[in-house]
Design a protein around this ligand. Structure first.
Ligand code: ME8
Length: 581
């Protein structure tokens, strides 16, 4: 797909969209990192559905790792039992987070295993996977070999866990990665495979230019090994290396008649920086060898840290799903989703999960902004117009076009207050349509914070307009101002319609709260009642049209409802959770 075309044509882009997360190891429970990547994928998937695209969103679990069979043994379980316990924990966590994934793959499923074997067989038959000796620095904690240089740079310790590397010699099956070096260079440099953010692209290119080595794709089966993993086709003394098999999941799950269109569409792989090499280099090369197109985007975000410290097993300071649940109980799940999406490490820098920051962002963005603005406008409709939309307005306020703002300013003067800048004009309808364009452009660059900020900017604009036009002052003078009721109705319509459009842009991050607003404001016609997972009845370009088919209509009931977000007490400590067993 032409990227520039996609940017300018977002509203009419009908290319199917396929977004994936890493599949997570099931040796342990899910934590904030797993939830974060999957949340980012969920927000992107919901936003793409909102603009009208056919989306497939895949997440799942990576089960055949050695560390899974090891922890299973420590817990007196078979590897499969242990994998199932943890896969269920991942599924429960992702349900709790309200993720809209279309499928959840477990690599122990036949549908994955049979296809993975097919791919490896194809590469073996083509002579791209061959037998050879391998000597290298092995990181047992990550189950991967490191190059001599990376091993040296890290003092022969794992760059991820700090544990000692082991020198290992093995006879293995190898994938001929060097064969794809010029092709990879060209694909990444030309952004045919977009590696994002830019800093990560430069790192990958830097490492690529140092040269590539064949990649081992199997592990010798040793005595005492658990019976765990997929056997190498045609060689019962080896199993397929878990990483190679895991990468195949992105294809195995859509490699059928019904889902093929997603691989042929726009493919986006999301992950953190730790595993970018596998996704930006090894996997595209494998795809090329299989005669498949590579992904368009490989996006590697940075890491969450906790209260200023790197999270690690030894420190026991992982932000666990239980803590996210405790925050959600107190401030709503959507507040947690909002905080993680807008404050998370989407770019190249790590982000800190700190309680004080959560409360600050919650109050600033949600309680005092989105929540306050929607309840203020809802209340005014109720107080001044019996809880109904009273008339429409083109969303333009100035001195050349209409008297509404003039009337409002006269009301201010009558009340003994002066406006700072009486010549100011407000083109609210235009502002919202520009915000929608900005949101779509940001989405195509995977800049989800900027996408949501487009929604936030409308809310700020409405707040600013309310302060400027002071409808509550105007409302007190309806008997004396000839045009008062019309002016008040126009101001309220514009605020309401702008907030309705903002709510669409905010909905990918806060689907439940925005649905609550739509229920209160009788905007249920925006969504398909049979599809709770953000199925919209029309693309954003239609839904967000000012006073269009889906706009607020005169007579439409606006129920006051509860405030969407209650203000948080900044002095209250972080929620307490039971330590994990
Ligand atoms: O690597 N901050 O699985 P994994 C943000 N099975 N994200 C984090 C994070 C943090 N502190 N810690 C983990 C594997 N993540 C392989 C993947 S894919 C074919 C196979 C997230 O369970 C982030 O997405 O170790 C990271 O890439 C992933 O969890 C690693 O998950």
């Amino acid at each position: 797909m032409n990227y520039n075309l996609a940017m300018s044509n977002q509203n009419t882009d009908h290319t199917p969209y396929y977004i994936t997360t890493p599949i997570y190891y099931v040796n342990d429970r899910p934590h904030i990192g797993h939830c974060y990547t999957t949340l980012i994928a969920d927000v992107a998937a919901r936003a793409q559905r909102l603009i009208g695209r056919d989306v497939f969103f895949l997440t799942g679990t990576d089960e055949h790792a050695e560390k899974v069979s090891k922890t299973a043994a420590e817990n007196d379980k078979t590897p499969y039992e242990w994998a199932t316990i943890n896969a269920d924990r991942f599924k429960a966590a992702f349900d709790f987070m309200n993720f809209s994934n279309d499928d959840f793959v477990r690599t122990t499923e036949d549908r994955h295993k049979s296809k993975a074997v097919e791919y490896i067989t194809q590469l073996k038959d083509a002579g791209i996977i061959t037998l050879g000796d391998y000597e290298g620095w092995y990181d047992p904690s990550q189950e991967e070999y490191l190059t001599e240089m990376v091993a040296k740079e890290n003092d022969f310790k794992s760059p991820v866990t700090g544990r000692d590397l082991e020198k290992r010699v093995e006879q293995n099956w190898f994938f001929d990665l060097p064969r794809y070096e010029p092709w990879l260079l060209e694909q990444i440099e030309s952004d045919t495979i977009r590696v994002l953010p830019e800093a990560r692209k430069n790192e990958v290119l830097g490492r690529l230019k140092q040269g590539l080595r064949p990649v081992p794709v199997s592990r010798q089966i040793k005595e005492g090994d658990a019976d765990w993993g997929i056997q190498m086709p045609g060689d019962d003394s080896h199993r397929i290396y878990v990483w190679i098999e895991a990468l195949c999941n992105y294809l195995t799950i859509v490699d059928n008649d019904e889902r093929q269109k997603y691989w042929d569409g726009e493919v986006v792989h999301l992950m953190a920086k730790d595993i970018i090499w596998f996704h930006a280099i090894i996997w595209p090369a494998m795809l090329n060898a299989l005669g498949k197109t590579p992904p368009q985007t490989v996006y590697a975000h940075a890491y969450w840290i906790a209260e200023g410290t790197k999270m690690s097993k030894s420190l026991g300071n992982f932000v666990e799903i239980d803590l996210l649940q405790a925050y959600a109980e107190k401030h709503s799940l959507d507040a947690v989703r909002w905080f993680l999406t807008t404050q998370g490490p989407l770019g190249a820098n790590d982000s800190d999960f700190a309680h004080s920051r959560f409360v600050e962002v919650y109050n600033a963005d949600l309680a005092n902004s989105v929540g306050n603005s929607t309840s203020r406008v809802g209340n005014m409709f109720n107080k001044y117009f019996d809880g109904k939309v009273s008339g429409t307005c083109n969303g333009e306020f100035g001195f050349d076009n209409g008297t509404s703002l003039q009337t409002a300013l006269i009301a201010l003067e009558n009340a003994g207050k002066k406006s700072d800048d009486p010549d100011r004009t407000y083109k609210i309808a235009e502002f919202t349509s520009q915000a929608v364009v900005n949101a779509c452009d940001s989405l195509s660059k995977m800049d989800l914070d900027a996408m949501l900020d487009a929604g936030r900017s409308i809310v700020r604009h409405v707040d600013d307009f309310i302060s400027f036009s002071a409808p509550f002052t105007l409302a007190k003078q309806l008997d004396t101002l000839e045009d008062g009721t019309h002016a008040l109705s126009s101001i309220l319509y514009s605020c309401g319609e702008a907030l309705r459009i903002a709510s669409l842009l905010l909905s990918p991050a806060m689907p439940e709260k925005m649905a609550e607003l739509w229920r209160n404001w009788n905007c249920n016609h925006l969504v398909d009642p049979d599809d709770a997972n953000s199925g919209f009845v029309a693309p954003l370009s239609e839904l967000a049209k000012w006073n269009g088919d889906y706009g607020l209509k005169p007579g439409q009931e606006i129920i006051k409802g509860e405030a969407l977000f209650m203000r948080a007490d900044t002095k209250e400590p972080a929620p307490e959770i039971e330590p994990a067993s």
